[in-house]
Design a protein around this ligand. Structure first.
Ligand SMILES: Cc1cc2nc3c(=O)[nH]c(=O)nc-3n(C[C@H](O)[C@H](O)[C@H](O)COP(=O)(O)O)c2cc1C
Length: 296
């Protein structure tokens, strides 16, 4: 098996350059722990826990389920009436303290600027990864001192933006204009997407929709079968418009990644499938197994 060494695997100490996305409602220990166990970086999404007590209990549960590294996400609500129900940066500060005290070393922020959280993480000696939807915001995150930035392509899900680009443009341009390492998100759902992102210069891939198509994802089987499996999103005009014409706004629905999903698997198999298929492709390219690929 090829060993992938990137700034992300070095920072987080995980086996594979794969990070779980943040998930409103779903990003809890039973879903995140198998990602860490499989060699990726599982993420507990803090805003799913309305009290610090429940958040801390979830971190403890996570630790009981995996001895591998994992992280926490703080999805910061932007200003404005539409986002009045979202937690804001100040609401998260006690959660940030709890996560630092717990010993979490790498944390992610998303949705809106989070410099106060980031500064506190750095003061405590932790790493800060910020996720955004545009190259403009990635550049500004770099100015604010983030250690790594995740950029979500328009084919992905989450917050949409009128100047959002594709994953191909995001990562290749980011490599030209940013000094910090970048993580690719949006539409990645198989070994080819994984390898393509690394070839474009990404330090890791961030998976959202693909991880929903797993046994451990806490959504109904009916949803998995009717919204995730065998969806030819690329041929479906309504779905296409939802994703690419910005009507998606901030509703967390599966992304264009559904175009590549044809079965529900345990998370371990899902991640192994990416890595095994990636190895087969690399072998075809003449990159021998047991080689260490360093992408620093
Ligand atoms: C059901 C669902 C809920 C999500 N909730 C959040 C969230 O609360 N905060 C956030 O930053 N991103 C959220 N996302 C976005 C993912 O973290 C990730 O950036 C995105 O799914 C990547 O694109 P992909 O789905 O094409 O892999 C969510 C995605 C889905 C599918």
């Amino acid at each position: 098996m090829v060993k992938f060494k990137t700034p992300f695997t070095e920072m987080t100490k995980v086996k594979y350059p794969i990070i779980m996305g943040a998930f409103a409602g779903l990003g809890k220990a039973d879903f995140a722990a198998p990602v860490s166990e499989a060699g990726g970086f599982g993420i507990i999404t803090a805003h799913n826990f309305k009290t610090i007590k429940r958040f801390k209990a979830e971190l403890e549960k996570m630790q009981s389920l995996t001895s591998k590294p994992f992280g926490v996400n703080f999805s910061v609500g932007p200003p404005g009436e539409r986002f009045r129900h979202f937690m804001k940066e100040d609401d998260f500060m006690p959660y940030v303290e709890a996560a630092i005290d717990f010993g979490i070393k790498t944390m992610t922020t998303s949705a809106y600027k989070a410099k106060k959280i980031g500064d506190r993480l750095h003061e405590a000696g932790c790493f800060w990864i910020h996720k955004c939807a545009t190259l403009k915001h990635a550049k500004s995150a770099e100015k604010h001192g983030v250690d790594m930035v995740t950029i979500v392509g328009i084919e992905g899900t989450g917050f949409k933006n009128p100047i959002q680009n594709t994953t191909l443009i995001n990562i290749t341009v980011a490599k030209k204009i940013l000094k910090i390492p970048v993580i690719a998100a949006g539409g990645i759902a198989d070994a080819r997407g994984f390898l393509a992102a690394l070839m474009m210069g990404a330090a890791a891939v961030c998976l959202g929709t693909l991880l929903m198509a797993t046994e451990e994802c806490p959504i109904s089987d009916n949803f998995k079968q009717t919204k995730l499996v065998n969806q030819k999103g690329y041929n479906d005009e309504n779905f296409y418009k939802k994703i690419f014409h910005l009507s998606l706004k901030d509703s967390p629905v599966p992304s264009m990644a559904v175009s590549l999903i044809d079965e529900i698997l345990p998370i371990k198999d899902r991640i192994e499938q990416i890595i095994n298929d990636a190895n087969k492709i690399l072998e075809k390219w003449g990159i021998a197994p047991n080689k260490s690929i360093t992408l620093i």
